[in-house]
Design a protein around this ligand. Sequence first.
Ligand SMILES: Cc1cc2nc3c(=O)[nH]c(=O)nc-3n(C[C@H](O)[C@H](O)[C@H](O)COP(=O)(O)O)c2cc1C
Length: 401
Amino acid sequence: MTADSNTAPPLLFTPISLRGVTAKNRIVVSPMCQYNSVEGGPGDWQMAHLGRLAFGGAGMIFGEETAVEARGRKTYDCAGIWDDRHIPQYSRINDFIRQQGAVPAIQLGHAGRKASCHGATEDWRPLTDDDIKDGFAPWQGLAPSALDQLPRRFTPREMDRDDIRTVLDAWREATRRSMDAGYDVVEVHGAHGYLIHQFLSPISNHRTDGYGGDLEGRMRFALEVAEVTRDAWPSDKPVFFRVSCVDGKGGIWGLEDTIELAKALKQRDIDLVDCSSGGITGDTDMPMVPRIVQFQAGFAERIRREAEIMTIAVGGITTAQEAETILQQGQADLVGVAREFIWNADWAAHCAKELGAPDPYGQMPHEYAYRLRLREKAKDMPINQGGAVTQAAYDRIFGAR
Ligand SMILES: Cc1cc2nc3c(=O)[nH]c(=O)nc-3n(C[C@H](O)[C@H](O)[C@H](O)COP(=O)(O)O)c2cc1C
């Protein structure tokens, strides 16, 4: 849908308000771990990385999964917000993002049993005693049940009620710090096989107390996290919740379960479900979600329709037309994009141009927009249209041949 085929501005570039927060467009930079934090805190890398994305015109910019407590990290290099000293480190970046016209957003998470490993580039190799000499002692992860997914150095410890209370308190405090750091959106990371997902899936949750068993029991921890987050977060700012709409290959948690979860989240004033998938595997006949174009948009559509809650469609979205069509067809309210932004940080502004949005360069900061508008204008000058430049004028400038 371009301006030629439809005079209404593209939906992708129609501003959207979520409670008291307005994004200039509906493109979201999806959370992306960087494995580049120092004792949880962000530095120049995050400033450059997120700042560059803010230049590129996305309406809302997530940083990375940010641990609510130190042991909730996957690696020593993961981001966290478990201490007040992190607040100014994040607020410096958030101020900058906001100055460029984008909405800063944080994803809060806890790795649970996926803790204590090396990073993505080392294929999540578990930390071992050999790493102690380098200052990277392994630590024990927490989990709803003492079950491991990968062969790791330590089997996770089953959480008792005190552990659950401790993590909920950490979540509340991390939410409060996120507010103090100037974020406008907070998202609970309930997906990808991390702690909340570990409670949801029967593969990883074998508890027999009130936090396990049937769907209601397995959803309890997720809903308690939702409640403390909503409670600690300003009522004029939205709370998102990321789910794995289905487990990974061989899993059990499925889309019908997610729809029930989404309805319960809505009752707890959660504003939006961010629809991802995978992270917990097992040996059932559940297939892996094929990584095709827009591979999770169908989840976003069903949840939006059946739970009547806003959704983000994310996964395999790489063109302006795909993103616009998802919105036009009512599959989602926002479109999340990750890898395409690594390749092209200006993807959002390029989409605006491609869809014929009014003043596409206006999606970028004025320092860039001004020059790009002039560049565009130059294309209309007669000389660039094969038009008349008199020989005399040419000779005057370049010298007579
Ligand atoms: C480098 C990288 C880091 C990621 N880190 C996170 C993360 O911290 N939290 C999360 O929920 N998803 C994370 N994801 C998943 C993305 O948010 C997104 O859902 C996924 O990449 C699919 O979108 P895409 O096809 O546009 O890349 C990460 C993806 C990438 C590529």
